[in-house]
Ligand binder design. Structure first.
Ligand SMILES: NC(=O)c1ccc[n+]([C@@H]2O[C@H](COP(=O)([O-])OP(=O)(O)OC[C@H]3O[C@@H](n4cnc5c(N)ncnc54)[C@H](O)[C@@H]3O)[C@@H](O)[C@H]2O)c1
Length: 370
């Protein structure tokens, strides 16, 4: 198959959808890979790295879209890309259709085959192509939190691990899923005194089993959260209720009860946030302060570490890309239920129920397009 990887053109997006190692893997399986020149630069991969891996470089985005049977991307196509997409072209990327009617209509009109990373789903209902970004954001939340706890940034002025003779900082993580678990590992590794909260007792039991001794678990409820926030230095929001807005667990009235310089990192900001005072921020201006409590609410945290994120993303997406390239999208999606769940829009038809419902569009069962 002929595969094209364009440079991402969305503002501040430095990731690329394929590493040189991923390109080599596809080439070794007999496919042709075309990368847009300088597309990997933001992630620290040079044109030469791709050429050595067996890929070919194309100077413009137009040429990449023109030649490719399958486009592999990171972010959803944006307006300048709409007209480049060809009928029947496979687009394998994050789409998040339900949040954009314009994008949905554009993909219906161009007759492409849209395989969305975010809806590829395993039999245990986990989302394997979202996991790597949650892992990055979870680990990063502690790194960012530690930074903003420094006095220079307005923080309380504590070191997460403390030192001999000085107790460590206290880190509260609300939500013990992927983000929460990775955050807990990082905070624990730095020596902090960590508490993870969740509403799932099963999850808390699991975390209690696998985490080191400086991680405690606690049931997530208003009473406990209200109590804990008064004495914790760093509070990380990491909850998810699939398909719904995040519940507001740290409310406005709790802020005056916290110590000045407390830092709150709301990783769940992309689902509306789990702190009442959350509003989305960017890497250019990541924080704001209310009642002396620092809020960090960046909606695309992995964007700050594009090299790590690019490699993590390729590790997860490549096995499916190999299947699509080897078999064509129809057979690959017939053979693989997880991949079939990734199909959202095919040849002008919406085949993912949630997207059809979001915009009151006719829904066509995925079996009918295979
Ligand atoms: N900001 C970013 O850059 C970024 C990056 C990746 C993921 N995210 C977001 O981070 C959030 C968490 O993602 P995840 O992959 O860890 O999800 P996950 O499904 O693995 O974990 C969510 C956890 O929240 C728990 N939960 C639900 N309601 C709760 C409550 N009231 N109190 C405490 N816990 C509760 C669930 O039991 C589950 O264990 C999502 O909103 C996701 O979109 C943000």
């Amino acid at each position: 198959m002929i595969i094209g990887v364009p440079k991402e053109i969305k503002n501040n997006e430095n990731r690329i959808a394929l590493t040189p190692a991923g390109a080599a893997e596809l080439v070794n399986h007999g496919h042709e890979v075309y990368i847009q020149a300088s597309g990997g630069e933001g992630s620290g991969f040079t044109n030469e790295d791709y050429i050595e891996a067996g890929a070919k470089m194309l100077p413009t985005i137009e040429e990449v879209y023109q030649i490719a049977e399958m486009i592999i991307k990171v972010k959803e196509p944006i307006e300048p890309e709409y007209k480049l997409i060809k009928k029947g072209q496979i687009l394998y990327t994050y789409f998040h259709f339900a949040s954009s009617e314009e994008l949905t209509n554009a993909m219906i009109e161009n007759g492409s085959v849209c395989l969305a990373y975010e809806t590829v789903e395993l039999s245990d209902r986990s989302l394997p192509l979202l996991v790597p970004m949650s892992e990055v954001a979870g680990r990063m939340s502690v790194q960012e939190g530690a930074k903003y706890l420094e006095k220079t940034y307005g923080g309380y002025g504590v070191l997460l691990g403390g030192v001999p003779g000085v107790p460590p900082a206290k880190v509260l993580i609300i939500g013990g899923g992927i983000v929460g678990t990775e955050a807990a590992k990082m905070a624990a590794g730095l020596g902090a005194d960590v508490t993870v909260m969740d509403v799932s007792l099963k999850r808390l039991r699991y975390l209690d089993d696998i985490m080191p001794a400086n991680v405690k678990t606690s049931m997530s409820n208003d009473y406990n959260i209200r109590d804990y926030v008064q004495s914790y230095d760093l509070i990380i929001g990491a909850v998810l209720i699939p398909g719904a807005k995040a519940p507001k667990l740290v409310t406005r009235d709790m802020l005056p009860t916290m110590r000045p310089g407390t830092v709150m990192v709301d990783v769940a900001v992309d689902q509306g946030g789990c702190f009442e005072t959350t509003k989305a921020t960017t890497h250019a201006d990541p924080t704001f302060t209310i009642d002396d409590v620092i809020h960090y609410c960046v909606a695309n945290m992995p964007g700050a570490v594009p090299r790590t994120s690019t490699i993590a993303l390729t590790n997860a997406t490549l096995p499916y890309a190999l299947q699509i390239a080897a078999k064509g999208w129809k057979k690959a999606c017939t053979d693989s239920i997880p991949l079939r769940k990734g199909l959202n829009v095919v040849d002008g038809k919406v085949v993912y129920k949630g997207v059809a419902e979001a915009f009151d569009l006719p829904y066509v069962e995925v079996g009918k397009v295979l």
